[in-house]
Write a protein that binds this ligand. Structure first.
Ligand code: SF4
Length: 450
C-alpha cells in the first residue's frame, strides 16, 4: 500500500479525517454547501500498476531534460506524490548533470501545517527519486515564489509515518476531537454524533485538543467526569481557573439537561426594540441584507433593507440609517455577535457617511451573545443563534437552513436571478431576527431584576 501526498495533507488537517475518508461510511458525509460550491476533491487511487506506469512516464521526461515538467508522479519506498511542477536545476543526479526541484502552485492558500508537511513529504521523495540532497520546496504564489527550507519537519514526518500507515491499514483506534475546525468538515455531523456517544470533552465549547489532553492527564476523561470533578483540587498550573470553572458548569448543564444562571444582567430600557441580523455575500464581498424586526410594545413588524448588488450597498445602509434617524434615538438594536457593529462601522467608513451619528448607533446596540457562558449556561455544546433559539423551542421555517445555506441562496439570486432563492434567503433572515426576540425575552425573564 502506498502513502500519498493526499494522505499526508489529510493527516495533518486531522487524523480522523484521513481515517474516515479511507474507511468511514461515505454515505454519512455531508458536504458543507459553501465548500461544495468551491471545490471537490477525491483521493487518487494508487495501485502498484498505476504508480509503475506513472513513474516510468516521469523518468522518461526527466531523461529528456526538459526545463519544466508538469503534474508528474514520483515514488520512493511506498511513498508517492504528484508534483505540480518540476523545475530543472544545476545539480548532479542519477539522471545526469542536472536535477529537478519541486514547485507547489497553490494560489494564495496560507502555508499552514498540512501544506508544509505535504511539501516536506514531496521534497523528500523528490530527493530520493533523483538521489540528491533537497531540504526545501518552492511555493508558487499568484505573483511570487517562496522557498520553504525545512529541517525538524522531516523528523516530525518520519515519526508520524507509522501512525499514518496504521490509519490507512485500519489498524488503530481513533476517535474525533470535535474542535472549531470541524464546523466546515464534511464529517462534522458524523463525528459530532460519535463524540456525543462517548461524551467527548471536546464537545464542550472552548475545549480543544490541548485542554482535553490536560484534563485527561488529571483523570477527567469525559463530560460526566468533568461535571462531577472537584476543581478546587486541580493545581494552579492548569489552564486558567476561570475557564475551568466555566467548563465544569457547562458539563454540569449538559449532564443535568438544564440551564445554570451565573449572574444577572442589566438590560437597556427602550420603547422601540430592533432585532437586527446582517448577512453578507461572502463570494462577492458586500452586505446584501440588514434584516430587522421592530417591536413597539405588543406590535412586531419585519423590515428588510436590501442590496441586490454591490452598487446598491450604499443606498441600503443610507436607507437603514434614515429609518433609525426617524426613531429619534429611542431605540435599542439587539444582535447576536460582534459582527453587526463592525458592519455599521465598515459601511459608514466605506461610504464616508459623515452625517450619520455612528456613535449613537453603536451606543444603542446590545450584543446578546456574550451573555451566554458569562451570565447563563445552557445545556448546549455550542452557542450559535440556531442552537440557542432551538433549545428555547423556536423553529426556523426551513429547519435545514443555516447561515451558509443563506449565502448559497443569495448567490443563486445574484448569479442566476432565481427569485425563489432570494425569497427563501429573506425568509431565513426574518427567522434569524425573530429568534433574537425569543432569546432576548428568555434572558429578560431569567436574568433581569425588573
Ligand atoms: S469533523 Fe472534525 S474530527 Fe471529524 S474528520 Fe472532520 S475535522 Fe476531523
Amino acid at each position: 500500500m502506498y502513502i500519498s501526498h493526499y494522505d499526508i495533507r489529510m493527516f495533518y488537517k486531522c487524523p480522523m479525517l484521513l481515517y474516515l475518508n479511507k474507511h468511514g461510511p461515505q454515505e454519512e458525509k455531508e458536504i458543507h454547501p459553501i465548500i461544495k460550491k468551491r471545490h471537490k476533491t477525491s483521493p487518487p487511487f494508487l495501485s502498484p500498476e498505476f504508480i509503475k506506469t506513472e513513474i516510468k512516464k516521469t523518468s522518461n521526461l526527466i531523461k529528456k531534460g526538459n526545463d519544466i515538467i508538469n503534474q508528474k508522479w514520483m515514488s520512493y519506498n511506498k511513498l508517492s506524490t504528484k508534483i505540480d511542477k518540476l523545475k530543472k536545476i544545476n545539480e548532479n543526479s542519477i539522471f545526469g548533470p542536472y536535477a529537478y526541484e519541486p514547485i507547489f502552485t497553490r494560489g494564495n492558500i496560507p502555508l499552514r501545517k498540512p501544506l508544509v508537511m505535504e511539501g516536506v513529504f514531496t521534497a523528500y521523495i523528490c530527493s530520493k527519486f533523483q538521489d540528491i540532497d533537497l531540504n526545501y520546496f518552492i511555493l508558487q504564489r499568484e505573483k511570487e515564489r517562496e522557498r520553504f527550507v525545512f529541517s525538524e519537519e522531516l523528523d516530525t514526518l518520519f515519526s508520524d509515518l507509522p501512525r499514518i500507515k496504521k490509519i490507512l491499514e485500519d489498524d488503530i483506534d481513533i476517535s474525533p476531537d470535535y474542535t472549531r475546525g470541524c464546523r466546515v468538515c464534511e464529517w462534522r455531523i458524523y463525528c459530532r454524533n460519535l463524540a456525543k456517544e462517548t461524551a467527548d470533552l471536546t464537545l464542550i465549547s472552548g475545549i480543544g485538543k490541548r485542554i482535553k489532553k490536560e484534563l485527561r492527564e488529571i483523570g477527567i476523561t469525559d463530560v460526566k467526569e468533568l461535571a462531577e470533578a472537584d476543581i478546587t483540587k486541580i493545581s494552579n498550573d492548569f489552564t486558567s481557573k476561570k475557564e475551568l470553572t466555566y467548563f465544569k458548569l457547562q458539563a454540569k448543564a449538559i449532564v443535568e439537561k438544564k440551564d445554570i444562571i451565573r449572574k444577572k444582567v442589566v438590560f437597556p430600557k427602550s420603547k422601540i426594540e430592533l432585532f437586527v441580523d446582517i448577512e453578507g455575500s461572502s463570494h462577492h464581498n458586500f452586505i446584501w441584507i440588514i434584516g430587522c424586526f421592530i417591536r413597539i410594545e405588543d406590535s412586531v413588524e419585519y423590515r428588510s433593507f436590501l442590496a441586490n448588488s454591490p452598487k446598491e450597498e450604499k443606498e441600503m445602509i443610507i436607507s437603514f440609517y434614515k429609518f433609525l434617524s426617524e426613531l429619534e434615538d429611542e431605540f435599542i438594536i439587539y444582535h447576536f455577535s460582534s459582527a453587526e457593529p463592525q458592519y455599521f462601522k465598515q459601511l459608514t467608513e466605506k461610504y464616508n457617511l459623515q452625517a450619520i451619528n455612528l456613535s449613537n448607533v453603536l451606543k444603542n446596540s446590545f450584543d446578546l451573545f456574550p451573555i451566554f457562558k458569562e451570565n447563563i449556561i445552557l445545556p448546549l455544546y455550542s452557542y450559535t443563534l440556531k442552537e440557542v433559539a432551538n433549545w428555547l423551542g423556536f423553529q426556523w421555517h426551513d429547519p435545514l437552513s443555516d447561515g451558509a445555506t443563506s449565502i448559497v441562496l443569495f448567490d443563486k439570486w445574484y448569479i442566476e436571478k432565481n427569485k425563489k432563492a432570494l425569497q427563501k434567503a429573506i425568509s431565513y433572515n426574518s427567522d434569524d431576527c425573530r429568534a433574537l426576540i425569543i432569546i432576548k425575552d428568555y434572558l429578560i425573564k431569567n436574568l433581569s431584576d425588573y
